[in-house]
Design a protein around this ligand. Sequence first.
Ligand code: SF4
Length: 259
Amino acid sequence: MLRSETLRSYLERGISQLSIEKKQAGIEARRLGQKILLGKRIDEHLGAMLPVLMRGERKRNKVHPSELHDGCSRKLWYDINEEEFSDLPDPIPASLQLTFDIGHFVHLYVQECLRQQGILEAAEYPIRNRKRKVDGRADGIVNLRKKRYVLEVKTHGDFTTKHLKYAPIEKHEGQASFYANELIQQGEQIDGIIYLYINKNTSEIREFIRPVRKDLVRAMNKIVDEGLSKTLPSKRKCKVSDSQRACSCPYRTTCWDQS
Ligand code: SF4
């Protein structure tokens, strides 16, 4: 009896002590919270950096393979001919820039893992074709069991995971196939493409090994040919001037003012 009484009072004292400490911790956290706001600082910093980052935009008089799948030959034509922007898209918010940067760091992490194992032959492998003004970079070239693959690394959230059951996303297949095809045309040995999808929330990795999608490459080459032609392609990709694609196009007004 005596023992259980002692134990009870001991526990009660402990609980009341804990609740005092919890309150003090809350007061302290509120006091510190008014002084340290790192998330806000990062937001402000990225916001200030954005004009600088945007000046370093990709060159406009080049064909960028990442924009070719389901792309617009008219937009490419304006890019190649360095037409003035008629509609500047809204700058990307700082939080989105942070998402891009995190994706970039995951790329570096994967490339370094593969490099340390002697699998990665080269990272950010340049894909160039001067005549066709192609300027891009594959995430890497990997050597596995005497075969040579183009490496495509993608980071994504849970939403994309649902679309990754059996195959890579077609847009990504288009981009990587275009790279692989350019290298094959230039005489390099390419035996296929390895796609690594990394879920940023769970770190789960999904992997696909696929051949070059010639059907997608043909469609993308058609866009390049039209975009490099002397005259503005007559066919618009956008059906109406207020479609989502048109509204994010920097040549929207010019495009819809011209026939
Ligand atoms: S507005 Fe649409 S059709 Fe016109 S250039 Fe831009 S993407 Fe192409």
